[in-house]
Design a protein around this ligand. Structure first.
Ligand code: MN
Length: 481
């Protein structure tokens, strides 16, 4: 598995160079070569809008997939992802040549294209976002049996976004909107943060050109000052760890500036300027063992004044998508820094999400909780409401609530007891008749707070909640239809 060279992938335009790059991501093998040759053959003569041979696209999608996983079926499926849709090749041929697993993945990807085609409205339509979301829902339902299909699809979309410059502005806009509403959320939910961040930033740069330029101008103008502050803080933390018994090889400190789309969202959500964003500057400390994280946290808090309200322990209470990290925010001199602390293993999980722990040869059961997929359903709202809904669902800070046995559930802020019931199990949701929140009797529409302990009282038979849900016109109720 290799680190992806995004800049290189964006600018690779010829077959030989793309092939060479692919084989730096995965070692050459007969069966990969066979899939490549087949794809080369059937795509022969086809070109992309930008003029380069079509085959460059599937090769680079395969390279992106290879940076996430060693699953060769997925890499072959990436090479073959458009052959059924766009060439004379059939799915039967793919199955005969490459086996049932690869054919199943290619079939899933072809199906997604077909569904998308059916659901795409004319570009002038004001309802395009809703249409995308509906196709999104169907797409998920169609491919839910194998999350690998979704991951290849996300890699396909990433390469399309990287090469979007070749398309007319109108198409750039639509594809970016779709990416922001459909693909980035899937990447987020699958926990593949590097894909999510790239998809968001790329869409953002086409959808909000001025805002993006403004953020970039600020970062450029302040580049020197930002670098000096970040490096200074990083150096101080480095010294602190060394002085307290950490060996140089035991940890790594990464520093970063928040990515531009999340800067934008934060400015929008809080109505603040870029210089008021508290976690604009951040460092990430990687250590070997979970307990080391808490040691480092102790050292940080004893040496830098923390903003206590911003501390989050996602190690003890992991997010639903498997994300684990300690988050804190501290002052150093007069500057505020966000500090994230995690193990190397947690870092891998955070970057690669579900793909980090796949057993490469195995059944279709990947051990991932895909319950949430059913909850990502959106109703017909106006475009503005819809955007709002999506943003709220994805970016409002989550809360953690607990079952009577202490199991943690991550819910969006604003979730009610009934949402919790459905999060536990669809059948619990359907049979819920009342709730105890922190041991006190409460209605199923009681809004939950971070840390609440919730017990759901169930009836013997399903209870129809439709009328209640209709009464609550926010995103939280949409998921429980
Ligand atoms: Mn494609």
């Amino acid at each position: 598995m290799s680190r992806l060279n995004i800049d290189k992938i964006t600018h690779l335009k010829d077959v030989a160079a793309a092939t060479e790059y692919l084989f730096t991501c995965i070692s050459p093998s007969e069966d990969i070569q066979q899939a490549l040759d087949f794809s080369l053959n059937v795509h022969e003569g086809q070109t992309r809008k930008s003029g380069e041979p079509y085959i460059v696209h599937p090769i680079l999608v395969a390279a992106i997939v290879a940076s996430i996983t060693e699953d060769t079926a997925m890499i072959k499926a990436a090479l073959l992802h458009d052959v059924v849709e766009d060439t004379a090749a059939t799915i039967e041929e793919v199955e005969t040549l490459f086996g049932a697993d690869v054919a199943h993945l290619v079939g899933g990807l072809t199906k997604i294209d077909a569904i998308r085609g059916e659901n795409l409205l004319p570009s002038g339509s004001n309802e395009k976002l809703v249409a995308s979301a509906l196709s999104f829902r169907k797409m998920l339902l169609a491919s839910i049996k194998d999350v690998r299909v979704l991951v290849v699809k996300l890699c396909d979309r990433l390469h399309n976004m990287l090469t979007l410059d070749a398309l007319p502005p109108e198409k750039q806009h639509r594809i970016s909107e779709e990416t922001l509403v459909v693909h980035a959320p899937i990447a987020h939910r699958l926990g593949i943060s590097f894909l999510k961040n790239l998809l968001e930033d790329l869409s953002f740069s086409y959808l909000f050109k001025e805002e993006k330029a403004e953020i970039e101008r600020y970062l450029e103008e302040n580049y020197q000052a930002i670098e000096v502050k970040l490096n200074g803080f990083r150096h101080r933390v480095n010294q602190l760890l060394i002085q307290n018994g950490f060996m140089v090889e035991d940890f790594e400190i990464l520093s970063r500036v928040k990515h531009s789309y999340s800067i934008y969202l934060k400015m929008q959500r809080k109505g603040i300027g870029i210089d008021e964003i508290l976690d604009l500057l951040a460092i990430r400390i990687l250590v070997k063992k979970p307990l080391d994280c808490y040691n480092v946290l102790g050292l940080i808090h004893l040496n830098f004044q923390p903003l206590s309200s911003r501390f989050k322990d996602y190690i003890a209470i992991a997010k639903d998508n498997g994300y684990q990290t300690l988050h804190t925010t501290v002052f150093s001199s007069t500057t505020i820094f966000e500090v994230q602390i995690r193990t190397f293993e947690m870092h891998r999980t955070a970057e690669l999400g579900v793909a980090a722990h796949w057993k490469y040869k195995g059944g279709s059961e990947r051990g991932v909780n895909l319950e949430w997929l059913h909850n990502l359903q959106y109703q017909n709202e106006s475009v503005e409401d819809f955007y709002e809904l999506i943003k709220n669902d994805l970016y409002s800070e989550d809360i953690s609530v607990f079952s009577p046995k202490g199991k943690a559930y991550t819910l969006p802020r604003g979730a009610v007891a009934l949402d919790f019931a459905y999060a536990v199990h669809t059948q619990i949701g359907e049979r819920a008749s009342g709730a105890l929140v922190n041991k006190k009797q409460a209605s199923l529409l009681t809004e939950l707070k971070n840390g609440d302990l919730v017990r759901i009282i169930t009836a013997d038979h399903p209870i129809y909640h439709c009328t209640w849900i209709d009464a609550v016109k926010t995103s939280k109720s949409v998921g429980v239809t």
